[in-house]
Design a protein around this ligand. Structure first.
Ligand SMILES: *[C@@H]1O[C@H](CO)[C@@H](O)[C@H](O)[C@H]1NC(C)=O
Ligand SMILES: *[C@@H]1O[C@H](CO)[C@@H](O)[C@H](O)[C@H]1NC(C)=O
Ligand SMILES: *[C@@H]1O[C@H](CO)[C@@H](O)[C@H](O)[C@H]1NC(C)=O
Ligand SMILES: *[C@@H]1O[C@H](CO)[C@@H](O)[C@H](O)[C@H]1NC(C)=O
Ligand SMILES: *[C@@H]1O[C@H](CO)[C@@H](O)[C@H](O)[C@H]1NC(C)=O
Ligand SMILES: *[C@@H]1O[C@H](CO)[C@@H](O)[C@H](O)[C@H]1NC(C)=O
Ligand SMILES: *[C@@H]1O[C@H](CO)[C@@H](O)[C@H](O)[C@H]1NC(C)=O
Length: 760
């Protein structure tokens, strides 16, 4: 498999290294490991001019410099955290931890990435709505933390872009295959962070990756162009999905912070991610987008959660991918100040048609990259041998299948990628795979293959069983729009409840993340077909990695339009206007099983950008609200100060009931436990001066929802009103029960929140 497919596979599978990796052994007897140390900045002795000099001196005082001349000091952090990272022995760490200025220690951990038409599917139009109203996001700066960027892509052309905002403090760093001249008015910053990985033993200059902000794997180029790519004419994936493409915010500036490195062992170190986020804040980004995840840990050990809270405090919106585990209770990046994004499909499909010798025509999915037309080819079906019928690996005889189109009745048991490779190796001309599995990706189509759902398989098998001299004609390279139902919740999208804090509904929202066409790198082939390596400027990728930059883009448009909105207000606007119906008018379904999905799958629903610009009411939150929320989690003082970077704070009402735009109650089914939960919320009027909202509750019979008061009257903009909501769920209810609260006014605003109860 070529490196690009393995990078994409990582994006889709998103393996996590769950164990902490020890750094290489030093000449001393004790092993060094990387730690992130939180310090109380108020304790800095006046003799040190800066925090960094103090941090360095603290590390230098521990032991003589290392024999190999390596620096054991990695980064000083000033925005996302107060403290530093360094390679320390256990005894050095113990010394630092005794210092009165020490607040907390986090061990280095390692993470992975989650890996033309989507802006149109989201309803963005040139004639009206969020695009023209926000001037296409003019002047907003989006910081992307990812695998780097391919600056030559036409998506990063700066023709017609406004000048770089004077407030921008970022830089384009020089490095391998990257120089400051690669930046322009579209790509305004590019930096890379690898000290943490280097400390863990990864020598970047020995790897195939570039030691600079240049993208090796394609993931960061894809996410950046999805969020803020300039319009490009004539974009396609080998002829599929062709047309004019652009990012969600065509007039925003982009800054790349490379924190993910192409490697077989490590992808990303938490100390590097923290350094990238620290720099992004210092540089002046407005939005941060992260399509990666590290570990599922409480917030005080989670560098993305900690750094995001600092960003939020400075008014920066942080958007993160929810993860690609597909299972319930598997969302990543679920801190309540982060916008956590799940992935959905769009209404576009890539099809091939197969016409059998008896005239029957059946449509299936194919990404085969050449416009071959196969006419009356012979078909092989191992109907007398179950292993051959399923095309089990090594059951096939090359003599029987060479030059033929092979039917594989997989019955969902086989890894389709290995099967296609096996068919290719054994000389098959093409294949029809009967399968409902969704694990064959565009770069796996090395021979003409079509995947047909098992439910459509019976007439094909019937024909092949009766006909000894069966033939098929096949036509590839067809793109269909208007596919129904769409969107569907992608099978790989991580589902709630949030494993770290089930009392906040996650994911927050859904955005397109399946077969998204955007820019990639051209340093290596995307795939192989026969003897040919195929290179492309644009490719289809899937993952919650692809969904997050859509939301980052919409957040940038909203920010351009409403400069005074807080990150929580922007998130609320997107969540309360999201939709939960697909294009057939029924509740969003699950891609794999096609049953009705719930808010644990799609959060508040699919992003609806044009509605989000005028939400009517918002559920706002500020830092003090998050502090009161953290106080309710029972953290120690040191843990608290690590998250909020303060020595002192006010727990107020120590309130776990955040003013969140969704509601969730989790009940255990201990006999006799009452299933009642109450919430308090405050909404702010951001719509018309005078409006009267009425509460409309939709809930199933097992769930009773009471809202008081049921009418809210506003007489001026920015006025706040509070209400109280109580859920009572039937004692016998099991699993997920959900409904909605909708505040509806006379001006057509509908402010919708999911209400979810889970009974175990
Ligand atoms: C930029 O980086 C390249 C590659 O590392 C190096 O050869 C070149 O000298 C650097 N240029 C400057 C101005 O530092
Ligand atoms: C990394 O590899 C390069 C090239 O082989 C070598 O020059 C350099 O010294 C290595 N650095 C470390 C820290 O091992
Ligand atoms: C297909 O799989 C299903 C479920 O795993 C099983 O019940 C059925 O017998 C299988 N059919 C064949 C033909 O193997
Ligand atoms: C099978 O079909 C092919 C193509 O139509 C034809 O050339 C061949 O003679 C047929 N063989 C038999 C045994 O009917
Ligand atoms: C959810 O996941 C967390 C962390 O993996 C685990 O501790 C918890 O028990 C899980 N909850 C449920 C309901 O499965
Ligand atoms: C709430 O408003 C609706 C519509 O304006 C009105 O019909 C209803 O009587 C009001 N209810 C209360 C309790 O004021
Ligand atoms: C919930 O109750 C049912 C029936 O009483 C029982 O079978 C099940 O194990 C319980 N589940 C939990 C998580 O306690």
């Amino acid at each position: 498999m070529n490196p690009s497919s393995s990078a994409l596979r990582n994006a889709i599978l998103w393996l996590l290294l769950l164990s902490t990796v020890t750094s290489f052994v030093m000449s001393e007897s004790e092993e060094r490991q990387t730690y992130i140390i939180h310090m109380d900045h108020s304790q800095k002795p006046a003799s040190f001019p800066t925090h960094e000099t103090w941090h360095r001196a603290t590390v230098d005082s521990l032991s003589p410099s290392l024999s190999d001349g390596e620096d054991k000091f990695l980064y000083s952090y000033n925005h996302v955290a107060h403290g530093f990272s360094a390679r320390l022995t256990p005894s050095e760490l113990a010394k630092i931890e005794k210092s009165p200025a020490h607040q907390a220690t986090i061990k280095e951990s390692f993470g992975k990435l989650f890996t033309t038409h989507s802006s149109k599917f989201l309803g963005l139009k040139h004639s009206s709505g969020l695009w023209p109203t926000s001037s296409y996001g003019e002047g907003v700066i989006i910081g992307i933390l990812d695998t780097g960027i391919w600056p030559e892509s036409a998506y990063f052309c700066d023709k017609g872009m406004p000048p770089v905002p004077p407030r921008w403090k970022g830089e384009c760093e020089n490095g391998t295959a990257f120089s400051p001249s690669n930046c322009n008015r579209k790509l305004i910053g590019a930096r890379s962070f690898s000290k943490g990985l280097a400390a863990a033993g990864l020598n970047i200059s020995k790897m195939y990756d570039y030691d600079s902000a240049r993208d090796f794997a394609g993931h960061g180029t894809h996410t950046s162009s999805t969020a803020a790519g300039a319009p490009v004419i004539g974009v396609s994936h080998f002829g599929y999905a062709s047309g004019t493409a652009r990012g969600i915010v065509p007039r925003a500036h982009v800054a790349m912070y490379k924190v993910l490195w192409a490697s077989d062992t490590y992808e990303s170190a938490s100390s590097d991610v923290l350094a990238g986020m620290d720099q992004a804040i210092a540089d002046g980004v407005d939005i941060m987008s992260l399509s990666l995840g590290i570990l599922l840990t409480p917030y005080f050990n989670d560098v993305i959660a900690i750094a995001s809270l600092s960003a939020i405090e400075k008014g920066i919106v942080v958007v993160c991918a929810a993860g690609n585990d597909g299972a319930y209770n598997s969302t990543y990046n679920g801190a309540p100040w982060i916008i956590t994004v799940g992935a959905g499909t769009i209404d576009r499909s890539f099809v091939a048609t197969s016409t059998l010798g008896n005239g029957l025509t059946i449509e299936g999915t194919s990404y085969f990259p050449q416009s071959v037309d196969i006419a009356d080819a012979q078909v092989y079906y191992g109907k007398d041998n179950p292993d051959k019928a399923k095309c089990l690996l090594s059951a096939l005889d090359p003599k029987e299948i060479a030059g033929k189109v092979v039917l594989c009745d997989n019955n969902n048991t086989v890894d389709l990628d290995s099967q296609v490779q096996e068919l290719d190796n054994k000389g098959a001309y093409g294949a029809i795979l009967l399968s409902d599995e969704l694990n064959l990706y565009p770069e796996d189509y090395s021979i003409p293959v079509v995947v047909i759902p098992t439910s459509s398989g019976a007439p094909i098998k019937d024909y092949l069983t009766r006909e000894n001299n069966a033939t098929v004609s096949m036509r590839f390279l067809q793109t269909k729009l208007g596919t129904t139902p769409a969107p569907l919740v992608a099978d790989f999208s991580s589902r709630g409840p949030d494993p770290i804090n089930p009392s906040i509904l996650k994911p927050d929202i859904l955005a397109p993340g399946v077969d998204i066409l955007a820019a990639v790198v051209t340093n290596m082939p995307f795939m192989e077909v026969g003897l040919y390596d195929l290179v492309t400027n644009y490719a289809l990728y899937s993952g919650t990695s692809m969904a997050a930059p859509h939301i980052a883009g919409v957040a940038a448009l909203l920010k351009a339009m409403h400069k005074d909105w807080s990150p929580a207000a922007i998130k609320s606007a997107m969540m309360t206007t999201a939709y939960t119906m697909d294009n057939t008018g029924t509740t969003l379904k699950d891609q794999r099983w096609r049953h009705a999905a719930t808010p644990l799958d799609f959060g508040a629903g699919q992003i609806n950008p044009n509605k989000a610009m005028d939400p009517g009411l918002i559920y706002d939150l500020n830092l003090q609200d998050f502090i009161e929320f953290l106080c309710s989690l029972g953290y120690t003082d040191k843990q608290m100060s690590a998250v909020i970077r303060r020595g002192q704070w006010n727990c107020g009402r120590s309130n776990g009931d955040l003013n969140y735009p969704s509601f969730i109650a989790v009940y255990s089914n201990k006999t006799g436990s009452t299933k009642v939960k109450s919430f308090n919320r405050v909404v702010t009027n951001v719509g018309d001066d005078s409006s009267v909202y009425q509460a409309i509750v939709a809930s199933p019979k097992e769930m009773t929802v009471i809202v008081q008061p049921s009418n809210l009257t506003f007489t001026h903009k920015y006025e706040k009103q509070s209400f109280h909501l109580t859920i009572e769920v039937d004692k016998l209810a099991t699993g997920v029960t959900y409904g909605y609260l909708k505040w509806v006014d006379q001006h057509n605003h509908v402010v919708s929140s999911p209400i979810v109860a889970i009974s175990y």
